[in-house]
Design a protein around this ligand. Structure first.
Ligand code: FDA
Length: 303
């Protein structure tokens, strides 16, 4: 990232929320369940599957986690009624991971129980490294009790390739992504090429062990390497899926669907859109530059 882009990214916290909202709208379906269902209908019409995430993370009070759990329960009922190809993603800290082990287990068990009844798959998102081990243990316990539960692993973490062993033993459905949080070099690869290679190694290890992989990336290098593995192993399209974020590279989404691959779009919604949207903007300084220009009244950026 250039020095200018770093400055742009550093200035995001002081930009008025209304302006961030205007640009960040593309990454979030809206504030309500109805907004999310309507986005899912459009995506399903394009041949995509969907995973919903109710925005909210790192809460500090038990009541907040119970409110999040209840929103997930309402969401599961709405999905079941809609008949759309939708599953759910949950951030463990939104339901209590950083507060209390029993609390997070109870909340997630309630979500998984309802999801199993409705035939809906539940994925635990992977957050920053203090939560890696806790999230993996929860996912293994939940899949043993309920089935139909998966987790995400981050290719930037040095530990992830080895973490796959436990998940493969449990025949877990794993989402492989690069990872989005700021981590120390002691535990995380920093070189983008090394992260791409680790991503490819994780996809190869997981699908060649006969496990279902969700290949979550917009990086053509990761996609090409995954496709080469899929081709070499002669896998049918039901052995894996690609996943992409709402608002990022819709053309690539259409290319993959057109080529006969399963593709799921991650659709976040909810009132708590700010933290999620600013993470997306920090990832993409080109878009963040538009936000800064709008704030300064400079008109559209030329880059
Ligand atoms: P990379 O960042 O190199 O992006 C490749 C190209 O995609 C860019 O050149 C750009 O064109 C486009 N692009 C990427 N991000 C963009 C953006 N914000 N706006 C516009 N264009 C953009 N992380 C995590 O730590 N835990 C998790 O549980 C998840 N879950 C998850 C689910 C799904 C479905 C996806 C797709 C991603 C995640 N992630 C995640 C985020 C992931 O770790 C990663 O940060 C982003 O996907 C960006 O990495 P890419 O592999 O796309 O490559």
């Amino acid at each position: 990232m250039s020095l200018f882009d770093r400055l742009v990214v550093a200035s995001i916290p002081v930009i008025p929320r209304a302006i961030v909202h205007r640009v960040a709208r593309r990454y979030v379906a809206g504030e309500t369940l109805d907004d999310a269902i309507s986005a899912a209908r459009t995506l399903a019409g394009e041949g995509a599957m969907i995973t919903f995430d109710i925005l909210g993370e790192s809460v500090t009070r038990a009541e907040q986690t119970e409110a999040a759990r209840d929103e997930y329960l309402r969401l599961l009922s709405a999905i079941a009624k809609s008949g759309l190809p939708v599953n759910v993603s949950v951030k463990p800290t939104a339901v209590g991971l950083s507060i209390d082990q029993d609390l997070v287990r109870r909340n997630l068990a309630a979500i998984c129980r309802r999801a199993v009844e409705a035939g809906i798959f539940v994925r635990l998102d992977m957050e920053d490294s203090p939560h890696t081990e806790g999230t993996l243990r929860l996912s293994l316990d939940l899949v043993a009790e309920f089935g139909g539960v998966g987790v995400a692993l981050q290719a930037y973490l040095r530990r992830s390739l080895a973490d796959l062993d436990r998940l493969i033993r449990a025949k877990m459905n794993v989402r492989i992504c690069k990872g989005i949080y700021r981590e120390r070099r002691e535990i995380a690869y920093k070189d983008p090429d090394v992260i791409v290679r680790n991503f490819a190694a994780m996809v190869e290890k997981h699908i060649s062990a006969g496990c279902y992989a969700a290949i979550a990336t917009h990086d053509e290098r990761c996609i090409q390497l995954a496709l080469a593995t899929i081709d070499r192993l002669k896998l049918g399209p039901d052995a894996y899926e690609f996943q992409m974020l709402l608002g990022v590279d819709p053309l690539l989404r259409r290319i993959l669907i057109g080529a006969g691959h399963r593709l799921r779009v991650y659709v976040p919604y909810g009132r708590d859109w700010y933290a999620y949207s600013t993470r997306r903007l920090k990832e993409n300084p080109a878009i963040a530059r538009h936000v800064v220009n709008a704030t300064l009244g400079l008109g559209p950026s030329t880059t």
